[in-house]
Design a protein around this ligand. Structure first.
Ligand code: 4NP
Length: 168
């Protein structure tokens, strides 16, 4: 079976999208479903290409047992053909990404990650923590985790993955 290919996208590819990628892998690992996915992260900008994730993102991820090691890369045209789902962090990313897509039939692959957050309350942005504090990275972690749990539920509802039955 083909893997489900998912790309997380933010502006710099050093804070939110590497965190979302790490959290997603950690979440599906808990269901032993990691073999079903190919996951990557990219930035709309080239600001930090080749850099490791921001040390504050690394620190909050490590607190939850998640290692972040990917080097930043910029979103490329071929990503729109390759990935089944492109999950962006905020409306600015959404505008940037959708304006780059030449083949408009691929638009339906683009989602705001936070549209899967059960507590989003009509705010569908994962806030940019770059100019923030450790607490902002904690908040981003929690938002991404809730959103990714929602996204995994969405994949299960679509019949694309099967989650273990909760007998509790
Ligand atoms: P990210 O955060 O998009 O979540 O990786 C940012 C990283 C760098 C910058 C902005 C946001 N920057 O302006 O350099």
């Amino acid at each position: 079976m083909d893997k489900i290919k998912i790309l997380f996208v933010c502006l710099g590819n050093i804070c939110r999208s590497p965190l979302a990628k790490g959290i997603f892998i950690n979440e599906v690992n808990q269901y032993n479903l990691e073999h079903l996915f190919e996951v990557d992260a990219a930035g709309t900008s080239a600001y930090h290409v080749g850099c490791l994730p921001d040390s504050r993102a690394v620190k909050v991820a490590a607190k939850y047992g998640i290692g972040l090691t990917q080097l930043a890369r910029q979103l490329a045209d071929k990503d729109f053909e390759y990935y089944d789902y492109i999950l962006v962090m905020d409306h600015r990313n959404y505008e940037d990404v959708t304006s780059l897509i030449k083949n408009k039939t691929k638009l339906k692959r683009i989602f705001l990650l936070r549209s899967f957050d059960c507590l989003a309350n009509n705010n569908f942005n994962v806030p940019d923590p770059f100019y923030g504090l450790d607490a902002d990275f904690e908040e981003v972690f929690a938002i991404c985790q809730r959103s990714l749990q929602g996204f995994i539920g969405f994949l299960a509802n679509q019949g694309l993955i099967k989650l273990p039955v909760n007998l509790a």
